[in-house]
Design a protein around this ligand. Structure first.
Ligand code: NAP
Length: 286
């Protein structure tokens, strides 16, 4: 089956470049965002817009979600004008948001009742990787449905891997973001320690960048620390949410507990800034 009609819900920092990729790849894309003004970026590229998730469900064969969290997912599926109110059958809904395995299992069973299909397909990578179609996509759900939509997912990512049944993609994502939390806090603490010992931050970053620990995260976040400028690419509130979800799923190892607490404490003041703004929480003099 050639799936050409795409619906896209959620035009935040990630959703906009991802939906743009599909428009540019030649798919017919219909978008919906709660705040309508964000639809303009897609409309100007030739995308259609829908008035509600229900209307979008009627128009599209494959429907993507890229929204904040479990609550947003629930509202989009089960709200008054939600996807499931459209009473359609045979649709494939792919939730790329970082949400709990539990909400995926619930939405998958509601989809199944209506003879629709659900995949969880969260992503690793941020805005830059989304713009470049270089995300890493981890998928949970029925294998034959995954096979049908893999060519579409491959437009968004450099790797698309099915890791198990419904919710498995979410579990893999929570594992990766637990590591991301360790890494962000670890990078910040290394810089603070070096500064306390008179090492220039630029020098430390040059050393890390040329060591076995050099990576794109250190490069991009190091530049933000040097500029002391933390506009959100990946908002701190989202990693706090992901660490909360991991905790709910039983993550209780020593480092996990530390990063859960650190990001939780920082969320009320730094939630809208980038994840690496955690350095300001750890050393308020920065
Ligand atoms: P964002 O910029 O904060 O955008 C959130 C999107 O969700 C917006 O479109 C927002 O609509 C929508 N939304 C929130 N609550 C809603 C509700 N109750 N009903 C309908 N729509 C709702 O987030 P993002 O950075 O694009 O991230 C999206 C997801 O990807 C999150 O789960 C995040 O953890 C994950 N993620 C992000 C990154 C990253 O680097 N940013 C990387 C990997 C994964 P409005 O515009 O109306 O607010």
């Amino acid at each position: 089956m050639d799936l050409k009609n795409i619906g896209w819900i959620g035009l935040g920092k990630m959703g906009i470049p991802m939906a743009q990729k599909l428009v540019n790849a030649g798919y017919s894309v219909t978008v919906y965002n709660r705040s309508k003004e964000k639809e303009e970026a897609l409309r100007s590229l030739g995308a259609n817009t829908a008035e509600s998730p229900a209307q979008l469900m009627q128009q599209a064969e494959v429907i993507f979600l890229m929204v904040s969290d479990d609550e947003a997912t629930r509202q989009i599926f089960t709200g008054e004008q939600g996807l499931l109110s459209a009473q359609t059958t045979g649709k494939i809904i792919i939730n790329m948001s970082t949400v709990s395995p539990g909400v995926s299992k619930l939405m998958a069973s509601l989809c199944q009742e209506g003879q629709n299909h659900y995949l969880d397909a969260p992503v690793s990578g941020s805005v830059k990787q989304a713009e470049e179609g270089q995300l890493v996509i981890m998928v949970g759900g029925e294998e034959n449905i995954f096979t049908q939509v893999k060519p579409i997912l491959d437009q968004l990512g450099k790797l698309t891997l099915r890791v198990g049944e419904t919710g498995a993609g979410n579990s893999a994502k929570l594992a990766i973001n637990t590591l991301l939390g360790f890494y962000a806090q670890g990078l910040a603490e290394a810089i603070i320690f070096a500064q306390q010992h008179g090492i220039q931050t630029q020098d430390l970053l040059t050393l890390i960048g040329n060591s076995a620990l050099g990576n794109i995260f250190t490069k991009i976040k190091g530049e933000a620390i040097l500029a002391n400028n933390f506009p959100a690419a990946f908002a701190l509130k989202h990693i706090a949410k992901d660490l909360r979800l991991a905790k709910q799923e039983g993550s209780n190892t020593p480092l996990a507990e530390v990063v859960q607490n650190t990001f939780q404490e920082a969320e009320s003041t730094l939630g809208e800034e980038d994840i690496i703004a955690i350095i300001k929480h750890l050393n308020p003099s920065i």
